[in-house]
Design a protein around this ligand. Structure first.
Ligand code: C5P
Length: 312
């Protein structure tokens, strides 16, 4: 008798930027206490999971050559974590995961975390699990600080190491231009550089997140532009001084403001509207300050099945 093989499942998952990122003290577990406002963008990855006799990962698209395809890929760790959670232990789970990447690798936009979140959502459907997004978020938090946000998307306040989330009301679609750098930056290295800068002096810190939350509720991009702030920016610029030029070039091209996304090196530029974003993108692409430029809008939802039912 032929075994019934379930059809492959594809999940689309957003990238994120941090509209506000306040980095607190280094904790004993090696993480820093954060207060951050995450914002999910329409720059996405697509992840397909399928039952297969030859388990493994394939990667196509943005940065495909530099993404690990072995057990150290966060998406594969997501496969193992979900298999463990539902008692499918014992040997490698018989699934193939195909990552189609639009999110830059090691770019500060949580692309690896997005793929892990999408894998959890995809497998929950492929394996027909009776499991909701909140249960997946518990597994997600163990995989990485940014994985839970990729499940929910939208705009959210993150605390702890970034994994504790509360939704933030955002009344408006904001338009962004993203500038990808030639090479990625290692997140632990950027946090380490901030610790070093703070040990040497006292670099200015971003203030409270409250005004950012108010600006999001008002929906006025000009108000929000004045409030973008990221404690990791000084560290990313210290490691990659050319980013200062990129940030300036975006504002010279007509953006309302620019910020480093997460630990960088991607720069995110807030624009007045969709038309302005296209104009800023065109000018920035010609300025020779980055590898490539994308436009995106936010907020958008978290990891979602493409053309199918969704999780409870
Ligand atoms: O959680 P995730 O694996 O994405 O974190 C990658 C690295 O970034 C950590 O190992 C740590 O060095 C740094 N990090 C941190 N504080 C956080 C989040 C990440 O120091 N809140």
């Amino acid at each position: 008798m032929l075994a019934v093989v379930p059809p492959p499942v594809t999940v689309r998952v957003p990238s994120k930027i941090n509209l506000h990122l306040s980095v607190g003290d280094l904790r004993k577990d090696g993480f820093h206490e954060l207060i951050t406002v995450f914002h999910a963008l329409s720059l996405t990855d697509e992840v397909t999971v399928a039952a297969a006799e030859d388990p493994g990962i394939e990667v196509y698209g943005e940065g495909e050559g530099s993404v690990p395809t072995g057990a150290n890929n966060l998406a594969w760790r997501a496969v193992q974590a979900l298999a463990g959670y539902v008692g499918k232990d014992g040997g490698e789970p018989k699934v193939r995961v195909v990552l189609r990447k639009g999110i830059p690798v090691a770019g500060g936009m949580a692309g690896g975390s997005a793929d892990a979140a999408a894998t959890l959502v995809g497998l929950a459907s492929l394996w027909k699990l009776d499991i909701g997004r909140d249960d997946l978020a518990e597994i997600a938090a163990k995989l990485g600080s940014d994985v839970p946000f990729a499940l929910y998307g939208g705009t959210a306040l993150g605390t702890g190491r970034g994994e504790r989330l509360v939704p933030v009301l955002s009344r408006h679609t904001f338009h962004w231009v993203l500038a990808f750098d030639q090479r990625g930056l290692s997140t632990p290295r950027v946090f380490g550089e901030l610790d070093r800068l703070r040990a040497d002096g006292d670099p200015p810190r971003v203030g409270s997140h409250a005004p950012v939350v108010e600006a999001l509720a008002s929906g006025d991009p000009r108000q929000l532009a004045l409030l973008l702030g990221n404690d990791l920016q000084a560290a990313a610029v210290s490691l990659r001084p050319g980013l200062r030029r990129t940030l300036r070039a975006g504002v010279n091209a007509g953006a309302l403001a620019g910020t480093i996304s997460g630990s960088g090196p991607t720069c995110a530029f807030l624009c007045a509207d969709a038309q302005s974003a296209l104009e800023v993108a065109a000018e920035l692409a010609g300025a020779g300050v980055c590898r490539t430029v994308r436009v995106a809008h936010g907020p958008v939802p978290g990891a979602r099945l493409v053309g199918g039912d969704d999780l409870p």
